[in-house]
Design a protein around this ligand. Structure first.
Ligand code: TRP
Length: 378
């Protein structure tokens, strides 16, 4: 690909497009690159290194060393992540939630999970508030199906649970000026006033556990890097409000099945949704973009290009936990001994098994959904 073919990178909380250059993002956002040492420290407490840590899904952080240090001193630590419920959940969304489950187990941490049905309603012309709230509960089934612990997970619907979060939200809002949100998010005079308020609610969850428990608890936010503007703003006000600055660990985007770009709910053929019938998902895999050559003869002679291949990326990020087997696959691809059709077929089979299992867990989650929702402080 020449430089001219590259598409300009756009990474905001509402749009991620173009060719993502993570080094540039790390520099632009002023965050710290992830290190092996930090990954090893997490692994030590977890009793093993998660696939996502081994494979470099987490590219950067802020204050992760401090958060780990607090835990190592024997202090309680907490986790916060969230989702804007605007449609079905796809595999790209699940990546950080699986990671939260691993961190929750490793650190015995509570996870506050925010469903920003308000944000999605305010930003989307076509989404009614009722539908956004319905999606909060629908998507919560996916969160629960990731295996999170009920006693330690608190799912928040901004709209339905507002009475438990409004007071802290107000205290945060009072600290944030209009010019700050304009500068951070690029809002302008034609934006509705709801979108201008919402950042206060997304920020406040960073302090929610501390507020509810009446003691300062270091908070770590695993999230894709596009959410970073929220945390920059939150960190600026934290200490003035008497809280710790929330730490972050930033994930890469999972590529879609088509060439280039991340998996996107607005292009359903490029994304595998947790609600896709397994056969439909398998078909999507079979028509995925690969790093293959134009003809079988060329592929046998020149080999495939795993570094360009989305199917390989799925093995890499989700579907091949065994490092040796992954290397074997890469070699077989490069030396032309496995062709794309076969490789896709094997992935499609794994996706089918995964979805069948996940969908059963999702069904079961319906019985316990209520128990996972944020409760008033006792
Ligand atoms: N704004 C996020 C979205 O649209 C949802 C969200 C709220 C979130 N709080 C979060 C994501 C914390 C990551 C971490 O998807």
């Amino acid at each position: 690909m020449t430089n001219q073919d590259k598409q300009e990178m756009v990474v905001t909380p509402w749009e991620v497009s173009g060719d993502i250059d993570y080094d540039k993002l790390i520099e632009q956002f002023g965050v710290q690159p992830m290190t092996t040492n930090l990954a090893e420290r997490i692994a030590k407490h977890a009793g093993g290194m998660h696939l996502q840590l081994r494979r470099g899904v987490y590219i950067s952080h802020r204050d992760l060393d401090w958060w780990l240090g607090e835990y190592e001193k024997g202090n309680k630590v907490g986790l916060y992540t969230g989702r804007g419920p605007s449609g079905h959940v796809h595999l790209g969304h699940l990546l950080p939630w699986f990671f939260c489950k691993y961190l929750q187990d490793a650190f015995g941490a509570d996870l506050y999970f925010q469903m920003t049905d308000d944000e999605k309603f305010l930003h989307r012309e076509d989404l009614t508030l009722e539908e956004a709230i319905r999606l909060t509960y629908d998507n919560s089934l996916d969160v629960i199906a990731c295996g999170l612990r009920q006693e330690k997970t608190h799912i928040i619907s901004d709209s339905d649970h507002i009475s438990h979060i409004y007071k802290l939200g107000l205290k945060v809002a009072k600290r944030i000026t209009f010019s700050t949100v304009k500068a951070v998010f690029g809002f302008n005079n034609s934006d509705n006033i709801g979108v201008i308020w919402h950042p206060a609610l997304q920020a406040m969850v960073s302090f929610l556990q501390s507020d509810r428990e009446g003691q300062n608890i270091p908070c770590l936010i695993p999230a894709a890097i596009d959410q970073d503007p929220y945390w920059r703003m939150t960190r600026d006000i934290a200490e003035k409000m008497g809280y710790y600055k929330p730490a972050q660990i930033h994930a890469k985007f999972l590529p879609g099945l088509a060439e280039g770009g991340k998996m996107s709910a607005s292009q359903p053929e490029t994304a595998i949704f947790t609600t896709d019938p397994p056969k439909v998902a398998a078909k999507k895999v079979m028509s995925a973009f690969t790093g293959g050559r134009d003809t079988v003869e060329e592929q046998r002679r020149l080999g495939g290009r795993p570094e360009k291949c989305n199917v390989y990326a799925y093995y890499y990020f989700l579907f091949e936990d065994d490092d040796e087997k992954l290397v074997d696959r890469e070699m077989m691809c490069k030396n032309g001994s496995i062709l794309c059709g076969e490789c896709k077929k094997q992935l499609a089979d794994r996706v089918k098994v995964f979805l069948t299992d996940f969908q059963a867990k999702r069904e079961k989650a319906k019985d316990v959904l209520e128990d996972f929702l944020l409760k008033p402080v006792k």
